[in-house]
Design a protein around this ligand. Structure first.
Ligand code: FIX
Ligand code: ZN
Length: 416
């Protein structure tokens, strides 16, 4: 294949980045077969918790009164406040505008919301899901699946997932972060666990993890953790983590995803929008990677201050895979900075982004915006290589990008 000319490198990279079909390794999406759990359309998009937080910056409305309203009314208020009364400049606002554009919806002069909703409603759901995946350039997504949530569990028991584009991940937040509140749920499911972690209980938790990871065909297990997460430690969380999760992940040969740094419910009135962040201690990750070399850890951290040490830690441990610019970091300037730093320190050995989409169409904007950033960085780097006389072909670029946006994940997980 021909060596690329320096003058053409930007166009070639842009084309390859545009065409690559992404594996989105962390979302909160559900397949269309999961009824109401599958969120899509403008009401769900406008009531995304990122936008709700921004809505409350501009209103004195009572929190409770807002959340009591039907979703359609909440969406109207958010739209009026964040899109009609002012220009939508923030990343979450821009996201909505990107979605409308990429779906080819017509925004009339009055920016009428009902007219936009009608255009979406006119498309049958299965066709719409295909259209969104195609517009986003996404091949498959990994969900966040929690069998301790009764509603979700019933879908798995009654229907199961029939759409191969949706892969499962067994989420462990209630088990690890709120065991005292949830062990009763495990009893209901037939696991003979008690309030205290004796040997029978630890064995039953392992049985739960094994059985449900298999039932879901989970590609990894995952947990979000607070900034003060510590291991080793004499706590319920650390004992379940080291006594159950780590051995079962090792036995099933699946990674454990650690999402570290979230401070839940800093403002509980805001519901999901009320979570914040804090800097965590990298030593817990060093400990896990060092003490459990046979385990694999996918790690993302929420605080900007943790990003450099996380990338450095990945240089020390090959069983650590850094992924994504999570949540408050998923803003173009910060993504640009973190991705450049990771490319410098890790070359192509990381997973640069996940979408965290909760509503189907968010796949479109999250990946559209990220593609622009990664294309910019890669163009600069390939141009440097060419300047130095290092030949680069389109095939090389294609291989690299596929590695970043899909193969690194599947190779780490252990192939298909
Ligand atoms: O814990 C998580 O997986 C977080 O990503 C979410 O809980 C969070 O609300 C979110 O949607 C961030 O993007
Ligand atoms: Zn998430």
């Amino acid at each position: 294949m021909a060596i690329i000319n320096e003058a053409d490198v930007a166009a070639v990279v842009a084309k390859v980045v545009e065409e690559v079909q992404v594996t989105d390794i962390h979302t909160h999406l559900y397949p269309p077969g999961f009824g109401d759990m599958c969120l899509y359309g403008l009401d769900d998009l406008l009531t995304y918790h990122y936008l709700i937080a921004e809505f409350f910056r501009h209103t004195s409305m009572d929190y409770h009164a807002f959340f009591q309203l039907p979703k359609e009314r909440q969406a109207e208020l958010v739209y009026q406040t964040l899109f009609i009364e002012r220009s939508p400049l923030s990343e979450a606002q821009q996201g909505i505008v990107t979605i409308l554009k990429e779906l080819g919806l017509t925004v009339d002069a009055g920016k009428e919301l009902p007219a936009l909703k009608e255009q979406i409603k006119a498309i049958p759901l299965t066709e719409y899901v295909d259209k969104v995946f195609a517009a986003a350039g996404v091949k498959e997504v990994v969900m966040t699946n929690d069998p301790l949530d009764g509603t979700e569990r019933r879908w798995w028991e009654k229907v199961g997932n029939k759409d191969p584009r949706f892969k499962a991940a067994l989420r462990l937040d209630p088990l690890l972060n709120d065991y005292e509140m949830y062990f009763g749920e495990l009893n209901k499911m037939g696991y003979r666990v008690g309030r205290y972690l004796d040997n029978v209980t630890l064995g039953e938790i392992r049985r739960y993890l094994k059985e449900w990871a298999k039932k879901l065909a989970a590609v990894y297990m995952a947990v979000s953790l607070p900034p003060d997460f510590k291991v080793p430690e004499d706590s319920t969380r650390a004992r379940i983590l080291e006594g159950c999760v780590i051995p079962v992940c090792r036995e099933l040969k699946i990674p454990l995803a650690l999402m570290i740094g979230v401070k839940r419910r800093v403002n509980p009135h805001l519901d999901l929008a009320g979570d914040s962040l804090g800097k965590a201690d990298i030593r817990s990750i060093e400990y896990l990677c060092r003490v459990y070399p046979e385990n694999k850890f996918l790690v993302t951290m929420l605080s900007r201050e943790n990003q450099h040490e996380l990338a450095v830690t990945a240089r020390k441990f090959r069983n650590l895979m850094v992924f994504g610019c999570w949540w408050f970091l998923n803003n173009p300037e910060i993504v640009r900075e973190i991705t450049a730093m990771r490319l410098d320190l890790l070359g192509l050995s990381f997973i640069p982004q996940h979408s965290d989409a909760r509503v189907l169409e968010q796949l479109i904007y999250k990946w559209k915006h990220f593609r622009r950033i990664i294309a910019g960085h890669l163009t600069t780097r390939y141009r440097e290589l060419l300047t130095k006389g290092w030949p680069v072909t389109e095939k090389d670029i294609e291989k690299d990008i596929k590695e970043l946006l899909g193969n690194n994940f599947w190779n780490f997980v252990g192939g298909r």
